[in-house]
Design a protein around this ligand. Structure first.
Ligand SMILES: CC(C)=CCC/C(C)=C/CC/C(C)=C/CC/C(C)=C/[C@@H]1[C@@H](COP(=O)(O)OP(=O)(O)O)[C@]1(C)CC/C=C(\C)CC/C=C(\C)CCC=C(C)C
Ligand code: MN
Length: 308
């Protein structure tokens, strides 16, 4: 049996469960307007679970991306992983872990995708270029596809109200590949939106093999050159991301809580439309979906959740 390190008792008593969920809610509302909006479309228990998961994912990303990331080393990530093992064993180490400890128990969530996400953050410590799409896809699975696997038990599978036996049988299929596909699609979208910002930090996530295919160089990218080569390269990347959204769409019908997933998918996909409207200028303009567009897309998401 796996021997876990003995949990060191927290230095001060941890907050109550409701306070911990409130911290996670606050963090989600503060950092992720789209996901927060999506979470509000869920019943209370599921909504709280999404906040707890969001908070852990955001904190994990902050380790390599946040203000204190300069001091993050492989050892920091090892310790973070140990803290994860402890919370899965029922021993939360800090105030925000309290809510996640409760969530993973209530929804029987598997630990492996959490470990995989930490492995994704390790990739950000180790490298700032991706040679092939296969390499980038692995990174996208780790930092984002994992969120699909983590959240599947929260959306729920097979608990629909259907009274028809063959329908409930059909619903037992767990759309794992589709959940991963949505995470990958969202991460590819993030990458396309943030090309300029990442370049300033010396990072290129677009596969170098794709740059070569369109005769566009790293130096062009660093200078923010927008020409026919760049537009063709971006069209290619956008089309690839849309294929992943399309794959994900086919899995949503197997979930119990479909509306927030449709809403998040449509809002994130809208960023690709915004990049196109901005004539592929991701260097000086930030692609975003306006509040009005977000609100207008909700009835469409609702309809899709009912009929597709
Ligand atoms: C069958 C089927 C289709 C099921 C649906 C499964 C599903 C909901 C999949 C989507 C998974 C998802 C929300 C992935 C998150 C993608 C993402 C935004 C990843 C970000 C990575 C790093 O990005 P980067 O550093 O480039 O960008 P920043 O500038 O730092 O933002 C992440 C930051 C990794 C960590 C992920 C998060 C913080 C988001 C986690 C989100 C949730 C738990 C909320 C999901 C809620 C709804 C309503 C979908
Ligand atoms: Mn980040």
């Amino acid at each position: 049996m796996l021997q876990l390190p003995r949990p060191t008792p927290p230095k001060k008593p941890l907050v109550s469960l409701s306070e911990s969920y409130e911290f996670c809610r606050h963090m989600t509302a503060e950092y992720a307007k789209t996901f927060y909006l999506g979470s509000l479309l869920l019943p209370k228990e599921k909504r709280k679970a999404i906040w707890a998961i969001y908070a852990w994912c955001r904190r994990t990303d902050e380790l390599v991306d946040g203000v204190k990331s300069e001091s993050t080393t492989p050892t920091t990530l090892e310790q973070w992983e140990q803290q994860l093992e402890l919370l899965f064993a029922g021993h939360p180490v800090d105030d925000m872990d309290v809510a996640l400890t409760d969530t993973v128990k209530n929804f029987s969530i598997d630990i492996q995708p959490f470990r995989d996400m930490i492995a994704g953050q390790r990739m950000d410590l180790d490298r700032n270029r991706y040679e092939t799409f296969e390499e980038l896809k692995l990174y996208c699975y780790r930092v984002a596809g994992t969120v699909g696997l983590i959240t599947n038990p929260v959306w729920g599978i097979g608990n629909s109200n259907s009274t028809v036996p063959w329908e409930s049988q059909q619903k037992l299929y767990e759309p794992r590949e589709e959940a991963i596909a949505l995470g990958i699609a969202m991460q590819l979208t993030n990458i396309l939106r943030d090309v300029g910002e990442d370049a300033q930090r010396g990072r290129i996530y677009l596969p170098l093999e794709d740059l070569r295919l369109f005769d566009y160089t790293e130096e062009d990218l660093m200078k923010g050159v927008i020409d026919d080569r760049w537009r063709a390269l971006m069209r290619f990347q956008i089309q690839r991301a849309r294929q992943y959204y399309h794959q994900a769409e086919k899995g949503i019908r197997y979930l119990d809580s479909r509306l927030p997933v449709w809403a998040a998918l449509m809002l994130y996909q809208g960023i690709l439309d915004a990049i196109e409207r901005n004539q592929y200028d991701v260097f000086t303009r930030r692609a975003f979906v306006s509040k009005r567009e977000k609100i207008l897309s909700l009835p469409v998401a609702w309809l899709r959740a009912q009929v597709l």
